[in-house]
Ligand binder design. Structure first.
Ligand SMILES: Cc1ncc(C[n+]2csc(CCOP(=O)(O)OP(=O)(O)O)c2C)c(N)n1
Ligand SMILES: [Mg+2]
Length: 627
C-alpha cells in the first residue's frame, strides 16, 4: 500500500473495534494512560516526553495487551530489539527460522482468539514470514507481522536486505503498512492490531523503516482516533433471520454445515443451542473440529474429501444446508456441479465476499456467527410447526451403523498409524491442544483424536502448509501453558520446521511431538498408489524401518535437547505415550515407526461428485441412490 493510507497518529477517527478485541481492550483500559479522561489525555499528549520509534513499538504492543512476540533480530529491526530488552512485560521468544515465528504466532492466536505477533528483519527475514502470513490469510488467523525495513532514504535502491515486503504481502494480508515516521507508529500499530481481529480475522503486516525506529516523537496513547471503542454498528438483518427460520422449519433434510469461522467467532455454545433446538445433523469441517463435541449425538463428523460417509452423504442428500462460517471449499464439495443437488442454502458469514462466491445462497446473512445464531434460535423457538426429521435420521443412523470410521490392520505387520493417533487422543484427552502437519497424519488426527471443544485442534486447512505443527504447537503452549500440547507430525512435515525444537528446549516450552514416521511423503504416496499406477516418484524419505534412517529422529531430537523415544511395536505405543505425558521439563519427541501402506479412508477422489465416496479401497461408488 502507499503511505497515503497510513493513518497519522493524529488522523481521523478509526472504524469500530471488534468484539473480539474486548479482552485486549480490557488490558489496555487497565493501564493508566488509557484510563485518563480525554481532556487530560490530550493535555498529556502535548507534554508527553519524546520516545524513539523503537520504544514506541514496544510500548504500543504493551498497551495493546501483547505479552508474547516470536521473532529473530536483524539489522533493520535492531533498534526495536534493543528497546525490547527493557520491556518487563513482553516476552520475546527467539525462534530459529522466521517461518517458525509466523506459525508460532498463528498457533498462539488459534488457541486463544488473541492476536499472535511475529517479528522479523527486512529482506530474507521478512520473506521467510510469507508462508505463515499466507497460511493465516487462508485460515482467518489474527496475525500481526512486524518487519524492519531499510531506512527511508534507501527505499527503492536495492539496498542491503531490502525487499518490498509490503508489495509481496498485499495479496495475502488484510492490509500491509509501510511506516517511515516515528510519530506514526502508535496509530498504525493500534489500527493493525484491531484490523487483524476485526470482522473476519486475518494477517496484517507493519513494515517499519529503520529511521522511523530511530527517530523520536511524543508517545501518545491511545493514539488519537483509536481511543474510544465505538459501539458496534453491525446488526443482523431481522428479515433474513426470519427467512432462515422459515427455511429451517420446513426442511425435511437439513444439515448444519459448520466451518472454521464459527470457531473464530467463539460461537460453540450458540451453535449447540441451535443444533439442539432444531435436532438437525451437524457436520464440522477440518477447521471446525471440536466446535460441537464429537460425542454429541447430532455430530456426524467431518465432511469432505476424507470425511465420514454419513457427513458426506448427509450434505449430498440434504434439502437445506445451513452454512455457518464455512466457504464451500472444493475439499468439502468435491465436484461442485454435483454437490448437494437438492439443497437450498442459508449462508451465515462475517465476510460478505464468501456468500454466494461458490454456491448460491438463497438466504444470505452477513453477520458474526455468535450474534446471528442466537437470533436464529430465538426466531425458531417462537414457531410451533417444524418438519419431522424422523425419516432423515433413520437414513443417517443407517449410514452411521454401516459406515463407521475405522481402519484395517496393516499388511506388513507394522504399526497402524491410525492406532497411534487414536491412542494419543484417548490417553491424553480432550482438554489438550493438538496440532498437525500436512498429509495423511493430519487427516487421521482430524478423524481419530476425538475433539470435544473448540480451539483444541490447530491445523493448516486452507493452505495445507507442511511444517505448521511444531511451531504452532510451540505458540499454543506459550499461550496456554497449562494445557498439554501435542504436535502430531509427519516425517516429511517434521523435516521442514523441526529446528524449533531448539527454541522449545531453550525456552521451557515443553511440547510433545509424535512423528508418524511412515518413511514417506505418505499423502503423495497414497495418490500415486491410487491414481498414478503405483509409480512412487519422489515420495520415499528413508526415515523409517529398514532404511538409512536419515535423519535419525531420536538422535536429532536429543541433539535439540529433547527427550526422545522410538516405538516400533504396537505393544509399546501406550507406554510411550504415558512416558511422554509424564515428562514436562523439556520437549518430548516420539518416533512412531509405522506402516507406509496405510491409507486415509474414506476418500472422495478429487474432481468427482461426493456420491462417489469410497469407504475403503475396493468400496466405490456405492451411493448413487438414496433418500
Ligand atoms: C510446504 C509444502 N510442500 C509440499 C506439500 C505437498 N504435500 C502435501 S502432503 C505431502 C506429504 C507429507 O508428508 P508427511 O509430512 O510425512 O505426512 P504423511 O502424509 O506421510 O502423513 C506433501 C509433500 C505441502 N502440502 N506443503
Ligand atoms: Mg510421512
Amino acid at each position: 500500500m502507499s503511505l497515503s493510507s497510513v493513518p497519522a497518529a493524529h488522523g481521523p477517527s478509526a472504524p469500530a473495534p471488534t468484539s473480539h478485541a474486548a479482552a485486549d481492550r480490557r488490558a489496555v483500559a487497565a493501564r493508566p494512560a488509557a484510563a485518563r479522561p480525554a481532556a487530560a489525555r490530550s493535555a498529556a499528549a502535548r507534554t508527553e516526553p519524546e520516545s524513539t520509534g523503537a520504544e514506541a513499538i514496544v510500548r504500543s504492543l504493551d498497551m495493546l495487551g501483547v505479552t508474547d512476540v516470536f521473532g529473530i533480530p536483524g539489522g533493520a529491526i535492531l533498534p526495536t530489539y534493543d528497546a525490547l530488552m527493557d520491556s518487563p512485560r513482553i516476552r520475546h521468544v527467539l525462534v530459529r527460522h522466521e517461518q517458525g515465528a509466523g506459525h508460532a504466532a498463528e498457533g498462539y492466536a488459534a488457541a486463544t482468539g488473541r492476536v499472535g505477533v511475529a517479528m522479523a528483519t527486512s529482506g530474507p527475514g521478512a520473506t521467510n514470514l510469507v508462508t505463515a502470513i499466507m497460511d493465516a490469510r487462508f485460515d482467518s488467523v489474527p496475525l500481526l507481522a512486524i518487519t524492519g525495513q531499510v531506512s527511508s532514504e534507501a527505499l527503492g535502491t536495492d539496498a542491503f536486505q531490502e525487499a518490498d515486503i509490503v508489495g509481496i504481502t498485499v495479496p495475502i494480508t488484510k492490509h500491509s503498512y509501510l511506516v517511515t515516521e516515528a510519530s506514526e507508529i502508535p496509530g498504525v500499530l493500534a489500527e493493525a492490531h484491531r484490523l487483524a481481529l476485526d470482522g473476519r480475522p486475518g494477517p496484517v503486516l507493519v513494515d517499519i523503516t529503520k529511521d522511523a525506529q530511530q527517530g523520536t516523537a511524543p508517545f501518545v496513547w491511545p493514539p488519537e482516533g483509536h481511543d474510544a471503542p465505538a459501539a458496534s454498528t453491525a446488526k443482523v438483518s431481522r428479515s433474513q433471520i426470519r427467512r432462515a427460520a422459515d427455511e429451517i422449519a420446513r426442511a425435511d433434510r437439513p444439515v448444519l454445515y459448520v466451518g472454521g469461522g464459527a470457531v473464530r467467532a467463539g460461537a460453540a455454545a450458540e451453535l449447540r443451542e441451535l443444533a439442539d433446538l432444531v435436532g438437525a445433523p451437524v457436520v464440522t469441517t477440518l477447521m471446525a473440529r471440536g466446535i460441537l463435541p464429537d460425542s454429541h449425538p447430532l455430530n456426524l463428523g467431518m465432511p469432505g474429501m476424507h470425511g465420514t460417509v454419513p457427513a458426506v452423504l448427509a450434505m449430498q442428500r440434504s434439502d437445506l444446508l445451513v452454512a455457518i462460517g464455512a466457504r464451500f471449499d472444493e475439499r468439502v464439495t468435491g465436484d461442485r456441479a454435483q454437490f448437494a443437488p437438492d439443497a437450498r442454502v442459508v449462508h451465515i458469514d462475517i465476510d460478505a465476499a464468501e456468500i454466494s462466491k461458490l454456491r448460491h445462497a438463497h438466504v444470505p446473512i452477513v453477520a458474526d456467527a455468535r450474534t446471528a445464531l442466537p437470533e436464529l434460535t430465538r426466531a425458531l423457538r417462537s414457531r410451533d410447526a417444524r418438519a419431522d426429521l424422523g425419516a432423515w435420521w433413520s437414513f443417517l443412523d443407517g449410514l452411521r451403523q454401516e459406515y463407521p470410521l475405522g481402519f484395517s490392520p496393516t499388511s506388513d505387520g507394522r504399526i497402524a498409524p491410525q492406532h497411534v493417533i487414536q491412542r494419543i487422543g484417548r490417553l491424553t484427552g480432550p482438554e489438550a491442544i493438538y496440532t498437525a502437519g500436512v498429509g495423511q497424519h493430519q487427516m487421521w488426527a482430524a478423524q481419530f483424536i476425538g475433539f470435544e471443544r473448540p480451539q483444541a485442534w490447530l491445523n493448516s486447512g486452507g493452505a495445507g502448509t507442511m511444517g505448521y505443527s511444531i511451531p504452532a504447537a510451540m505458540g499454543a503452549k506459550v499461550a496456554v501453558p497449562d494445557r498439554v500440547v501435542w504436535a502430531i507430525d509427519g516425517d516429511g512435515s517434521f523435516q521442514m520446521t523441526n529446528q524449533e525444537l531448539a527454541t522449545c528446549a531453550m525456552n521451557d516450552i515443553p511440547i510433545k511431538v509424535a512423528v508418524i514416521n511412515n518413511s514417506s511423503l505418505g499423502m503423495i504416496r497414497q495418490w500415486q498408489n491410487l491414481f498414478y499406477g503405483r509409480r512412487y516418484s519422489n515420495s520415499d524419505l528413508g526415515t523409517g524401518q529398514d532404511t538409512v534412517r536419515i535423519p535419525d529422529v531420536v538422535r536429532l531430537a536429543e541433539a535439540y535437547g529433547c527427550a526422545a523415544l522410538r516405538v516400533e511395536d504396537e505393544s509399546e505405543v501406550d507406554e510411550a505415550i504415558g512416558t511422554a505425558l509424564a515428562i514436562n521439563d523439556r520437549p518430548v519427541v516420539i518416533d512412531f515407526v509405522v506402516s507406509a501402506d496405510a491409507m486415509v479412508w474414506p476418500m472422495v477422489p478429487q474432481g468427482v461428485g461426493n456420491d462417489r465416496i469410497r469407504y475403503a479401497r475396493d468400496h466405490e461408488a456405492a451411493f448413487g441412490d438414496g433418500v
